[in-house]
Design a protein around this ligand. Structure first.
Ligand code: ZN
Ligand code: ZN
Length: 268
């Protein structure tokens, strides 16, 4: 059985790069003992992104309602993972506002016209520039707001570890603390994203060290997400995420409904 009750970052066939339907995800969630799932399909608008123009909010929400009726034992949250929400605010609002979404993840996948999962981003940058360009853009994003959860705070390291000897975050503490402070002031939750375990970084994002900074600065709102792109990936590494959350001083996870904190789930 899973070691945490909720998975707040998952992708279904409403994402261009995911494989399982909401229904299939629900069946798997039940089988492994999850009690709450937020489906957070990609809303990407960068013109060079392979998922651009793929997302269909009305169909997603209608499908989710069918699954809510079919799986009353699960709490299903209508979520969305918005790529670079600060760059596409008007278009995002036109698609999302006025619809019944419970939670929005804000994620940074692109810095300018370079995706941080691709060679080009790293080939032209020193280690410091790769980190600082990413965190500077992320600070703009969290200052802009328009989402409840900051997705995978240091995800540039997912592949970045292949390009530099080490990608320790300590040298970038000041830049990261500025992001965390803005999150705390704006009520934005930070997530532990476990998908890195499947990628070259082989780690949770962010590190325990960053989570400790967040906690000592007064951060309370925490979610955990597998970033699963198929059913079997749900709750991946949640035992490690649970340990990390507790080690950083968190005893509960934040829950969202209608874009508001609606309660907490104890980490037991
Ligand atoms: Zn993402
Ligand atoms: Zn994702």
């Amino acid at each position: 059985m899973v070691s945490l009750p909720s998975d707040y970052h998952t992708h279904t066939t409403y994402s261009c790069d995911a494989f399982d339907t909401i229904d299939a995800m629900c069946r798997h969630a039940l089988a492994i003992g999850l009690r709450e799932v937020a489906f957070t399909d990609h809303l990407d608008l960068h013109p060079m992104d392979s998922c651009t123009a793929f997302y269909r909010p009305a169909d997603f929400l209608a499908d989710l309602e069918v699954c809510r009726a079919a799986f009353p034992m699960l709490v299903l949250r209508a979520g969305v993972e918005i790529g670079e929400p600060h760059r596409y605010a008007d278009r995002v609002a036109a698609m999302i506002d006025g619809r019944r979404y419970d939670v929005r993840i804000g994620s940074l996948h692109w810095v300018g016209d370079e995706m941080v999962f691709e060679d080009g981003y790293f080939a032209r940058r020193s280690k410091d520039r790769a980190a600082l360009d990413y965190f500077e853009e992320m600070l703009c994003m969290v200052r802009h707001g328009g989402f409840e959860i900051l997705g995978h705070l240091d995800v540039f390291r997912r592949y970045g570890v292949m390009y530099y000897d080490d990608l320790d975050l300590a040298p970038y503490e000041e830049a990261i603390r500025a992001i965390l402070q803005t999150c705390i002031a704006g009520g934005i939750a930070v997530e532990i994203n476990t998908a890195g375990l499947r990628y070259p970084s082989k780690r949770l994002h962010p590190d325990l060290e960053v989570l400790r900074w967040y906690r000592e600065m007064g951060g309370e709102r925490l979610t955990v997400g597998s970033d699963a792109h198929r059913a079997e990936g749900m709750a991946l590494g949640f035992d490690l995420a649970r340990e990390m959350a507790l080690a950083a001083g968190f005893t509960r996870l934040c829950r969202f409904e209608n874009r508001q904190v609606c309660g907490w789930a104890a980490i037991t």
